[in-house]
Design a protein around this ligand. Structure first.
Ligand SMILES: [Zn+2]
Length: 214
């Protein structure tokens, strides 16, 4: 007969306390030191993406700050780890809120490395959000250029004009600027330059209106 202990591969023969029985079936064992791991990394990054990788309270973003996930309704008050109950908070804002959801200072080299890796990932996430925003604005600028000079090739517009359009989109939003472009085009000035100047005058008037209204 083979003795029980020799049937088990050596690495599996390592004594495991009954702790694994406490974990739900199928769940990997967790390191006890990092309690905030109870929110999975995937959920954390879903929250970051929804919030544009910036702190909901103060707008800070990587690499200036490390992002945490904060509970709207604290766990102690009955809040859960559902995405609706979570917001992105920078470390200072989150930790400044007191004893809620205390973060554990990383103890081991492995934990420090994991934190650094996550900071890198947060920065890449933020940069991606910014890149998508830039692309969205680029598309908006081309839409306005099309409205001003329909039918002409989109890369046919002067660079400084495109920069002006970008500036107006930033100040007024794409809908206001598209509306101004339509208005200028339908004025029928028979000159790209005059149409563009008219467009600029409409936009500036709206910028000033907005400035006076507030
Ligand atoms: Zn903050």
């Amino acid at each position: 007969m083979i003795h029980g202990a020799t049937r088990v591969a050596p690495e599996k023969a390592v004594f495991r306390p009954a702790l694994s029985c406490l974990l739900e079936p199928g769940q990997p064992e967790r390191h006890m030191a990092t309690q905030r791991k109870s929110i999975s990394k995937r959920i954390r990054f879903d929250v970051f993406k929804r919030d544009g990788f910036a702190c909901t309270y103060c707008g800070a973003h990587p690499p200036a700050v490390v992002l945490h996930v904060d509970h709207v309704l604290a766990l102690a008050e009955g809040g859960g780890n559902e995405i609706d109950n979570l917001v992105t908070a920078c470390a200072p804002c989150n930790l400044g809120k007191g004893a809620r959801n205390l973060k554990v200072v990383p103890q081991t080299l492995a934990e420090k490395a994991a934190l650094v890796a996550e900071q890198d990932e947060q920065l890449r996430g933020y940069q991606q959000v910014m890149e998508e925003k830039r692309q969205r604005i680029d598309e908006e600028v081309w839409r306005v250029a099309d409205a001003l000079q329909p039918g002409s090739p989109t890369n046919g517009m002067r660079r400084d004009w495109l920069q002006s359009i970008r500036m107006f989109v930033g100040k007024l939003g794409v809908h206001e600027v598209l509306d101004a472009a339509d208005q200028a085009y339908h004025r029928g000035l028979h000159s790209d330059r005059r149409t563009f100047l008219y467009f600029c005058s409409i936009c500036w008037a709206r910028v000033k209106e907005g400035g006076n209204a507030s």
